[in-house]
Design a protein around this ligand. Structure first.
Ligand SMILES: Cc1cc2nc3c(=O)[nH]c(=O)nc-3n(C[C@H](O)[C@H](O)[C@H](O)COP(=O)(O)O)c2cc1C
Length: 509
């Protein structure tokens, strides 16, 4: 005998199952003898008894409830409250995923224009796997920084090049994954901040267009918005869309970090009449996009398709992909050279990227993380001597200036972020993007939940976030001794030997 207090759940359940009818009986008697008001408790306890009987004898789906009755329900209730309890009470500032409290607070503070300086010391690891930025012994003065600017499409003499003067893009998120008020907050904020917003693969970008910001129209594999009857590209629709004032560039999505090799997914819970109309899809069933474009079945056709979209749209055209097999990427670049067709940019989306909805195994296990993928892409393009034929856009948990700076050193020209901007408008990482129940009102179409979003205020948060990111980035550039982002290189990083950057690159291609 150890004298340890052990809760015997089976005994406790038997006690509960006995106590419930007894209490109902007692309250009934008290109602007769003492006060009529006890009958309210009688009714409540009769209800509990009925529920208990149903759990024990009526239902067969839950073994726990069949064995323990109403007591077993306590476990389900606690389990469902678990994420909130852990987030609010138990996990420390560096533990949560995908973004820990420190990372989220940094975005909240930037979005609210509050100084995000911290005290006492870093909570990061300084071990043999963390990548750090190398500073210069003689930092430069902010007044010596050159203004930022990249021009998409300049390399191939695109008739309508696009110049971006702030190195951030709001990454692809469709109307569908996002509700109307979130789309409008991002779009209004993008306009205020002078950055680009990607429409995501949600079809005709009605709400994005309403705010007159500069847009990248994303063509997903289902080609919502520019699709012909057979699921291929309708060139007339693309031409009409590309002619709109706000559409500045087109992105062909080959794959996405959170679900590479799998098409987009919009759960049926989120399919409203409006989405039926904008995407041209049926109501009441999940919308699953094909894993690849109908026109792209090998390297040759994939590159040819880029040229078709460039010719039809007359705009800068980029591709988005998550790195899988490096040899395949090498083959793609060789094919681009052979055809002398290059996208105006490639978005490298890390496997750690977010999504509205995706199978868990894909999120957890498929694709290469951003940093090694970016380094590989930059290296392969450089080896083929075509690095300067296009821009590299990077996405994958680039929500704070530290990781963004590392991405620039690894070859990125521009940073794209989805969840950074979601956090900037108040996302609390409830992890319910696919359920139409987002408590903040961002990834839902429920008008009661969207009510929480004040578009003007959230647009200002987006603009503040961009302003403060840019400020920090400039300070980091000065510290690295560089006048421009283009001067940053791998040499500006301290990369320990067992960092993932090396691990992935040295593994078989
Ligand atoms: C709610 C949500 C919706 C998304 N929708 C799309 C989409 O329509 N098309 C796409 O290519 N990527 C989509 N993504 C992925 C993002 O564009 C981005 O590639 C990825 O989240 C990495 O950036 P992050 O880590 O800053 O979120 C979505 C992500 C989220 C969180």
């Amino acid at each position: 005998m150890t004298g340890k207090l052990v809760v015997n759940l089976h005994k406790l359940a038997r006690f509960t199952n006995l106590a419930l009818p007894l209490l109902a009986g007692l309250f009934f008697l008290a109602g007769l003898r003492i006060s009529f008001y006890f009958h309210f408790l009688t009714v409540a306890f009769l209800g509990l008894n009925l529920l208990n009987a149903f759990y024990l004898f009526g239902q067969r789906g839950h073994s726990l409830l069949r064995n323990f009755g109403i007591l077993g329900q306590g476990r389900y209730i606690l389990e469902s409250l678990g994420p909130e309890l852990r987030q609010y009470l138990f996990l420390n500032d560096t533990e949560e995923r995908p973004f820990n409290r420190n990372e989220r607070s940094e975005v909240y503070r930037k979005a609210q224009d509050i100084n995000s300086a911290s005290s006492f010391g870093s909570q990061k690891d300084f071990d043999s796997s963390e990548v750090k930025v190398r500073h210069a012994m003689f930092p430069i003065h902010p007044s010596d920084l050159a203004p930022f600017g990249v021009t998409f499409g300049e390399e191939r003499g695109c008739p309508n090049p696009y110049r971006l003067e702030t190195p951030f893009i709001i990454s692809a998120m469709s109307f569908g994954a996002l509700g109307e008020r979130a789309v409008r907050s991002f779009a209004r904020g993008a306009k205020q901040a002078g950055i680009l917003m990607n429409t995501g693969e949600g079809g005709y970008p009605k709400y994005h267009l309403a705010e007159n910001c500069d847009l990248v129209f994303q063509m997903g594999t289902a080609k919502f918005g520019v699709r012909d009857a057979d699921g291929g590209l309708d060139e007339h629709k693309l031409r009409d869309l590309a002619a709109l004032d706000s559409i500045k560039m087109i992105e062909i999505k080959y794959s996405q970090g959170a679900k590479p090799g799998k098409g987009g997914l919009l759960p049926k819970e989120k399919i409203t009449d409006e989405i039926v109309e904008l995407r041209g899809v049926p109501k009441g069933v999940d919308v699953v996009s094909p894993p690849s474009h109908k026109e792209c079945y090998d390297l040759e056709s994939a590159v040819r398709f880029i040229q078709t979209v460039q010719e039809v749209s007359q705009l800068p055209v980029g591709i988005k992909l998550c790195m899988g097999n490096a040899a395949e990427f090498d083959g793609l670049v060789s094919e681009m050279k052979r055809q002398d067709v290059f996208p105006d940019w490639i978005t490298i989306d890390g496997a750690e990227g977010g999504t509205g909805a995706a199978p868990k195994a894909f999120m957890d296990r498929v694709g290469m993380p951003l940093f090694p993928a970016l380094k590989l892409a930059d290296d392969i393009l450089t080896q083929h001597e075509v690095r300067r034929r296009m821009k590299l856009v990077a996405s994958g948990k680039l929500v704070g200036p530290g990781r963004q700076m590392i991405a620039f050193c690894l070859g990125a020209d521009v940073i794209s972020s989805a969840r950074g901007f979601m956090l900037s408008i108040g996302c609390i990482q409830a992890m319910q993007c696919g359920n139409n129940t987002c408590p903040i009102g961002i990834t839902t179409h429920d008008p009661d939940l969207q009510r929480g979003i004040d578009i003007d205020l959230k647009a200002q948060r987006v603009a503040n976030y961009v302003k403060n990111l840019q400020h920090d980035l400039e300070e980091l550039l000065c510290s690295a001794g560089c006048r421009t982002i283009q001067e940053l290189s791998f040499e500006h990083l301290y990369v320990p030997k067992n960092s993932t950057i090396h691990t992935f690159i040295s593994s078989p291609r």
